[in-house]
Design a protein around this ligand. Structure first.
Ligand code: NAD
Ligand code: UD1
Length: 340
């Protein structure tokens, strides 16, 4: 079976994808510098799959260490590239760190892929590249808007670098996956999201509030031009998202791709407002969730959801898990982490 290198494979989306890859029979090599994850994630992956994947702790920006790893594990068929920094606010404070890790890290990876004859890459991009779109739902032909943060800019730059490298050399094929809002945890509650400090994202904040770690949720804005006034997003279950990577991998490895670079939106195709999500959480878990309405968060877009038609048609993939089940998985994970 094909051998897949997963950068950032101990992180949130990486770990769920590693589980799906192993369960689909792939051989997995994980590289991660643990800058935003714990080595114990390997125990969770092993508990779910019965397989402990190879793990090398290294920074992908460290050329020597990365090449040594590729020498140790030769004949890699493809890379899934998750390793990056992802906090939008922090990227404004530490822009050079973000450009170095996300943009230089990718250049290093592509250079070493060419040197070591690794012909396929799947890249983690984001719906953030669309900004506030002119029409909804958003399909892949929608224009990218100027980035509103260094993080968003790194995603646009990385997409462009991959395009340009493919055009220059024609020895790498790429799939760019634009994730909408990944949420939830594995149904086993053995792996999930491990945010450090106060969570910026909505669902970890909700589960920590329900667990009593945060006093109340602040709902950022109820004066948007949406049915209930709160902002709308497309929340995609992380396990469904992970499965899309397996589909994209099968497509690349079997040569079914129709272009050297393909782009896919990965969302549910359904927009859900903050207040709807809060209510669904309470109903699904039976937990009370204290919340208050506060002003809008600066930089937020009003409403964003995906047109998934291309992923459906070309990858044969759709997100199938209902939102209440997804939110229960997030809550079960929070309870497991807190020993509740
Ligand atoms: P995460 O922080 O949980 O995982 C990233 C992993 O990469 C971490 O384990 C971290 O330790 C590792 N890493 C970071 N820099 C590294 C380096 N230089 N060398 C080796 N390892 C390194 O993040 P995630 O939520 O799993 O996101 C994965 C990818 O998906 C990222 O590229 C992110 O930008 C992208 N993405 C995430 C979201 C989201 O909401 N989580 C949305 C859109 C896109
Ligand atoms: C953010 C990032 C985006 C990234 C995504 C997933 C910004 C501007 N964008 O998207 O680049 O791809 O995370 O990591 O940060 N909300 C509250 N209260 C909270 C937290 C959030 O009301 O305590 C609201 C937000 O205003 C938003 C929705 O919940 O309307 C979702 O927020 P969040 O989970 O942070 O994701 P995004 O802002 O969509």
């Amino acid at each position: 079976m094909a051998k897949i290198l997963v950068t950032g494979g101990l992180g949130y989306i990486g770990s769920h994808t590693v589980v799906e890859l192993i369960q689909s029979g792939y051989d997995v090599v994980i590289v991660d510098n643990l800058s935003n994850s714990e080595q114990t994630v390997l125990d969770g992956i092993e508990a779910i799959t019965g397989v402990r994947p190879v793990f090398e702790q290294l920074d992908i920006c460290d050329e020597k260490a990365f090449q040594a790893c590729l020498t140790k594990y030769p004949h890699i068929d493809a890379v899934i590239h998750f390793a990056a920094y992802k906090a939008v606010g922090e990227s404004v404070e530490k822009s050079l760190d973000y450009y170095r890790n996300n943009v230089f890290g990718l250049i290093q990876l592509l250079t070493l892929m060419r040197k070591n004859n690794i012909p396929n890459i799947i890249f983690s991009s984001s719906c953030t590249v669309y900004g506030q779109p002119d029409k909804l739902p958003i399909d892949e032909s929608a224009p990218r808007k100027p980035a509103t943060s260094p993080y968003g800019n790194t995603k646009q730059m990385c997409e462009d670098i991959i395009h340009d490298a493919v055009v220059s050399y024609h020895d790498i094929k790429a799939v760019l996956l634009r994730y909408f809002n990944p949420i939830g945890a594995h149904p086993s509650a053995k792996i999930g999201e491990l945010p450090k400090g106060v969570p910026n994202n909505l669902v970890p904040f909700i589960t920590q509030t329900a667990a009593g770690i945060r006093k109340e949720l602040s709902v950022f804005g109820d004066d948007y031009n949406t049915p209930d006034g709160s902002a709308i997003r497309d929340y995609i279950y992380v396990v469904d998202l992970a499965k899309a990577h397996v589909k994209a991998m099968q497509r690349l490895l079997s040569g079914e791709n129709k272009a050297e670079v393909e782009v896919f939106n990965l969302g549910t195709g359904q927009g859900v407002s903050v207040l709807e999500l809060v209510k669904t959480f309470m109903k699904a878990t039976g937990m009370n969730l204290p919340y208050k309405i506060v002003g809008r968060r600066s930089g937020d877009t009003e409403q964003v959801w995906a047109d998934n038609t291309r992923a459906e048609k070309e990858l044969g993939w759709t997100a199938t898990t209902p939102l209440d089940e997804v939110l229960r998985s997030a809550w079960n994970w929070e309870k497991q982490v807190r020993g509740l």
